[in-house]
Design a protein around this ligand. Sequence first.
Ligand code: 13P
Ligand code: SF4
Length: 328
Amino acid sequence: MVNKSSLELEQTLNKCNIQDSTEHLLEKIETINRLKQEKNAVILAHYYMRDSIKIGIADYVGDSLDLSKSAMRTEADLIVFCGVDFMAETAKILNPHKKVILPSREAGCSLAESITAEDVKKLRKDYPDAAIATYINTTADVKAECDVCVTSANAPKVISRLPNKRVVFIPDNYMARNLENEIDKEIIFWDGTCVVHEQFNQHYFREFRSKVPGLKVLAHYECDPSTIEAADMHGSTSDMRRYVGETDADAYLLATECGLASTIIEDHPEKKIIGPCMICPYMKEITIDNTLHALTDEKPEITISAYTIDRARISLERMFALGDSNER
Ligand code: 13P
Ligand code: SF4
């Protein structure tokens, strides 16, 4: 974790201006929108995408849970996922007969990279009585070895409804510890962290609070427990978006990846939103250019064996079953 000085904070905020090159941007956006119609394609985009993607070409913008539900409901033949690998894999698991493409092979996730299917098999042997719950930020191979999947929008609800007293929660160590503080389960941790959210801390919040009176601090569930404790609310990116809409504060600090801020500013142009620019290098791999190429060539395509899809889908189905009925 880092403790940033005011100067560093300012420099970080200035770096926030990560956008696509403006050269021929409108033409590229028009071409993508035309190709989408010709190919009956849908573009699903996470909140952390660049504005050109969210505003110019996306059909749905949301958090991991929203996007998995949109993937399940789409009638398009082709799904272009402007997000990261595990999200595109989830769309494929839920739509095995559709073509799913992810514009960059480099769009991974530090959490998903922290654990393998072999690691989960070992955990199963070490904790035979425990349920194994995976955060959605894992590969299809890992999901195939787990009992249930969760996202940051439904983790406490889904995990507290599991019959087991002990739950192995992978791979996010901080989220596991946050869950243990909130629900009546014994949680066994893995040691993955998010390279973005591990950078926030109490010092960071104190510094902003001292400069911005009436500030509400919103922290993503992937922040560590002491950081969450110092925030006014915590949850998924959609929870943070909803909180801004439902409350009336002088200003809001979003302790998450910088991309969410532009969506919330668009929702509430009258509110003061501070989106410190912690950049997810994986999410920012996706650009208008590689999305245009991906849609034109219909690749890189997500391919997962039928065996893995069938097993991984069980953990997702269980998540929907244990969540509220309106979560499906
Ligand atoms: P959300 O589902 O809350 O959008 O989180 C996804 C993610 O990768 C956060 O870093
Ligand atoms: Fe993974 Fe963190 Fe990037 Fe989300 S923000 S995709 S959890 S590395």
